[in-house]
Write a protein of this length. Structure first.
Length: 270
């Protein structure tokens, strides 16, 4: 259905293959990537590109965006999970690769710059605890699989999540910055949201490994089940769940698998 390579520029190609019903570009993000919702033969797809090579504004260079898209393709080729949109392959173009996924409905859980009670982020946090924990369980299961395949967290935050409130379905996207195997922080302050990041993501030369993944996943629970802090009265989960998250972001677990096993044990006693 999708060719391995095209001669067109990405924008021309996506408009030629079907109806473009959505476009995500510089007005919605600063990465420089441009993505499209495309309908073809009654099916909807999400097509992600590296954007305009000549765009001087993005925080990430065009060459780096191309590199990250190829990395995202490697992630998609190696892992299949219900939280990940089905991957339909990579299309080469004169302006870099296009990644084609199934389209997933849902609302972006990124916290808006101006807090609003009607935002998807606030409505998700207001859901019954059991629904949020179910979503976290699924997210942690995905990262257990990613860890087993050798992938380490990179630039994960609430902006990586979509939630369909009607079907109670979580979708994870934008795993472009995940690293294969443990690696070193070569940036100092790495890309990401401070609310989710582990200490080593701020320290040049520090090791980034599955202990980092555990920390970031614990922070995710604290953001969604409390005010993002370790203040026990604000945390809506159980004492056992709180103890696991507290350990994950203070003394730290020795591995992601240790964190995940402790979380499952704590949730089973709720």
């Amino acid at each position: 259905m999708f060719p391995a390579a095209i001669d067109d520029r990405p924008d021309t190609y996506v408009h030629r293959i079907g109806e473009v019903f959505a476009r995500f570009g510089a007005d919605t993000q600063d990465s420089g990537n441009v993505s499209y919702g495309v309908q073809q033969a009654g099916r909807r797809y999400f097509v992600k590109t590296a954007g305009d090579p000549a765009d001087p504004v993005p925080s990430t260079s065009f060459e780096r965006r191309v590199e990250l898209l190829r990395n995202a393709a490697r992630v998609a080729d190696s892992v299949s999970h219900p939280l990940l949109p089905e991957y339909h392959g990579l299309v080469e173009s004169p302006d870099g690769p296009l990644l084609v996924y199934e389209w997933r409905d849902g609302e972006h859980l990124a916290r808006p710059r101006e807090p609003r009670e009607d935002s998807a982020a606030q409505r998700f946090r207001a859901l019954p605890v059991e629904q949020i924990v179910t979503a976290l369980d699924q997210l942690y299961d995905l990262h257990d699989l990613l860890t087993a395949q050798g992938w380490v967290e990179g630039d994960f935050y609430d902006g990586s999540l979509l939630y369909d409130f009607g079907t109670r379905s979580l979708t994870v996207m934008d795993l472009d910055s995940y690293g294969f195997g443990a690696y070193r922080n070569e940036m100092g302050r790495m890309f990401g949201s401070t609310r989710f990041m582990a200490p080593e993501e701020f320290s040049r030369g520090a090791p980034i490994d599955d202990r980092t993944t555990a920390f970031v996943m614990a922070r995710t629970a604290l953001v969604f089940l409390s005010d993002g802090t370790l203040d026990r009265p604000a945390f809506r989960g159980s004492d056992a769940q709180y103890a696991v998250l507290q350990e994950a972001v203070t003394t730290r677990f020795g591995s992601y698998s240790a964190f995940y096993a402790s979380w499952r044990a704590a949730s089973s006693t709720r």
